[in-house]
Ligand binder design. Structure first.
Ligand code: ADP
Length: 228
């Protein structure tokens, strides 16, 4: 699904954020990216999403190399869920917000509404579609933001710190929702309990490199001192 080889990325100021990443994500698989602040996780996700262009190395999605010319097509395969749902939700009602992507892809209003309603049902939002998103609780906002991404029918979900702002019941809810979705998932998180509950494979980032991989428990056991 995603294949990455020798990926390097340096910010314009010269800071090397990724220093030779090899990585793969199989269909339907869930992988969490663990590591200290500044170790390169967000930069990695932004490169995969085609929002930053690698300095060197290769990213292939579904067997197609990510380049300037393939980025628009490949971006459709990846659904990026922002850390702060308020950055993602911007239309006057829940339904319009989730319809935005499908409408942008050229669906008719009727089809976009059908897709939006299906997506909202899949994330457990069953009522209140005419509410303004900014009135929702953090957990509801997260569900609506994920529904908005699902409405684009991506093959992979990229989630950056998805438990931010969620209370423990909201976090448990999110585990249930994510577990019910068939897409492959790549998550950045500091939340070890959340990562364990997802039953994911984990990789550990350190100074722009992946220095370990295994189950969440194995990676935490080996590297947790790095997080302190
Ligand atoms: P993480 O997500 O693991 O916290 P980041 O990918 O945000 O790590 O950061 C990796 C490295 O890149 C850090 O050294 C960080 O300071 C640097 N960095 C991040 N964003 C920028 C930026 N916009 N300009 C310059 N350096 C950056």
């Amino acid at each position: 699904m995603i294949e990455v080889r020798g990926l390097r990325y340096a910010y314009p100021d010269g800071a090397v954020a990724l220093d030779g990443i090899d990585f793969h994500l199989n269909e339907g698989e869930t992988v969490v990216l663990l590591g200290a602040n500044g170790s390169g996780k967000t930069t990695f996700v932004l490169c995969l999403a085609g929002l930053l262009q690698a300095s060197s190395g290769l990213i292939a999605i579904n067997g197609i190399e990510l380049t300037k010319s393939t980025a628009p097509e490949l971006r459709r395969e990846l659904g990026l869920v922002f850390q702060d749902a308020d950055d993602q939700l911007f239309l006057p009602t829940v339904l319009e917000d989730v319809m935005f992507g499908p409408l942008n892809h050229g669906l008719s209003r009727a089809d976009a509404e059908r897709v939006a309603r299906e997506s909202l049902a899949r994330t457990g939002v069953r009522a209140g579609y005419d509410r303004p998103p900014y009135h929702l609780s953090a957990g509801e906002k997260r569900r609506v933001a994920i529904a908005g991404v699902l409405a684009m029918n991506p093959k992979v979900l990229l989630l950056d710190e998805p438990t931010t702002y969620l209370d423990p019941p909201g976090q448990r809810d999110l585990v249930t929702i994510l577990a019910s979705l068939p897409q492959a998932k790549l998550l950045v998180t500091h939340d070890i309990h959340f990562a364990s509950a997802l039953g994911a494979r984990a990789v550990f980032f350190d100074q722009g490199r992946i220095v370990g991989a295994g189950t969440v428990a194995e990676v935490v056991e080996r590297f947790t001192w790095n997080l302190r």
